[in-house]
Design a protein around this ligand. Structure first.
Ligand SMILES: Cc1cc2nc3c(=O)[nH]c(=O)nc-3n(C[C@H](O)[C@H](O)[C@H](O)COP(=O)(O)OP(=O)(O)OC[C@H]3O[C@@H](n4cnc5c(N)ncnc54)[C@H](O)[C@@H]3O)c2cc1C
Length: 384
């Protein structure tokens, strides 16, 4: 349990995020999107600023932090950058490392985590397969013990940072006789393993994020890279999703806010029929419909974050996180749609945040657990 963040800490963090985006992201974002990649040096820069290690223990090179402070980083970076691709890859370690941190041996943690938090190595999480992502228990990639190694065969798809990850936390079936959740384990696969091939995927949005298809053909991984116990992988995966879903909700909030401010600025300066857009009641009401959804999302995020910081991660909290993810991403979708409408043709042009967020909302509604799955999981957590 972490104490909550002080206003001073949050303000300081927000100021440094604004400066970073203004000086080191905004001037280059369009080029990175065309290149479908941002420079690797951005990881070391984010590490220097203390952001990669936020929430990780000190002995591994991190800085313990409350969920409130971590969310302040996520929301501000989302709002200022307006780029889901940047955030997805820059922080892919936040989905790749937690299983290692929570369940891995001390030796495995010491081998994998510090280099990532220094920004020298990249970590990713590989669960989804060509056969499906929602039904995790049905995954087919296998890892069989042979001497002191696991031998991995199979495929993973849509993997964020998959092209250049140095460490891949991979969900594998270690018990071929158990076709359900009990046969699944988590294994860290070094990115330079022989037999691992990776190819890029081209997407609707998140253009500066690398997203890959991975093939494992007889990849040998020393058994020390197993995370925790064999057969415990499903539980690890499910626990890991909670943090990811809360973070995605906070990102969605930041992107919605960005659409709102861009639309408001535009509405204040653009003149039609002799007056600024904002002076037309219809436009003001669109802005208020955006604001209403943003504020309800913000309040819900704050409530669940406070519960997390107080140590409450029970079934009811998990259900609320699932529903929050749906609400936050619907807020983002609504605000992107209304934002583009208020900007008119300009909202259809590359370079506006509304245009980018409009393209990037569907992945937020699908990745990390799709809407339908979120409702189902929430209802089961609530005992329905
Ligand atoms: C850009 C991007 C980055 C990603 N990054 C990663 C990553 O880093 N690591 C990783 O492991 N995965 C990643 N994913 C994959 C993502 O987590 C999956 O796409 C997601 O879990 C859904 O799986 P699926 O796409 O296979 O859809 P499916 O499971 O095939 O489902 C298709 C649709 O059917 C719905 N559906 C499925 N089952 C039911 C049901 N029982 N009842 C009603 N509706 C149902 C789903 O909600 C969805 O809308 C990424 C995806 C994208 C697009």
């Amino acid at each position: 349990m972490q104490t909550t963040a002080s206003l001073e800490e949050i303000t300081h963090l927000q100021d440094s995020v604004r400066r970073f985006v203004r000086q080191e992201v905004a001037p280059h974002l369009a080029d990175w999107e065309v290149a479908q990649m941002f420079p690797r040096s951005l990881y070391t820069r984010a590490a220097e600023l203390g952001w990669l290690g936020l929430g990780y223990p000190e002995h591994l090179g991190g800085t313990p932090a409350s969920a409130a402070l971590r969310n302040a980083l996520t929301e501000t970076l989302a709002r200022e950058s307006g780029s889901g691709g940047l955030m997805a890859s820059l922080f892919s370690h936040n989905i790749g490392l937690p299983p290692v941190l929570r369940w891995g041996s001390d030796a495995l943690q010491a081998e994998v985590i510090p280099g990532v938090l220094r920004g020298e190595k990249i970590a990713a999480l590989a669960i989804t397969e060509p056969g499906g992502g929602s039904d995790v228990a049905a995954l087919r990639t296998t890892a069989r013990l042979d001497g002191g190694d696991y031998v991995v065969d199979g495929e993973k798809v849509f993997i964020t940072s998959g092209l250049r990850a140095d460490w891949l936390t991979v969900a594998v079936r270690t018990d071929p006789a158990n076709k359900g959740r009990g046969g699944i384990s988590m294994l860290v696969v070094p990115g330079d393993s022989s037999g691992l091939s990776r190819s890029p995927l081209h997407k609707m949005g998140w253009h500066c994020s690398d997203t890959a298809h991975l093939r494992f053909d007889g990849v040998r991984v020393p058994a020390r890279f197993l995370v925790g116990q064999e057969g415990a992988g499903f539980k690890m995966i499910m626990g890991n999703f909670n943090g990811e879903r809360l973070a995605m909700s906070v990102m969605a909030l930041g992107f919605a806010e960005r659409c709102y401010t861009e639309a408001l600025d535009w509405a204040c300066t653009r003149k039609t029929f002799g007056s600024a857009l904002v002076e037309h009641q219809v436009i003001r009401h669109k802005l208020m419909d955006m604001k209403m959804r943003i504020e309800s999302t913000r309040a819900w995020v704050a409530a669940l974050t406070a519960r997390l910081d107080a140590g409450d991660e029970g079934a009811e909290w998990v259900a609320q996180v699932c529903l929050l993810k749906n609400h936050a991403t619907q807020t983002m979708q609504f605000c992107a749609d209304q934002g583009v409408q208020i900007l008119g043709a300009m909202g259809f042009m590359r370079g506006t945040a509304c245009e980018r967020v409009y393209r990037e909302v569907k992945v937020m509604m699908i990745g990390g657990g799709a809407e339908e799955i979120m409702k189902e999981l929430a209802s089961r957590q609530l005992g329905l």
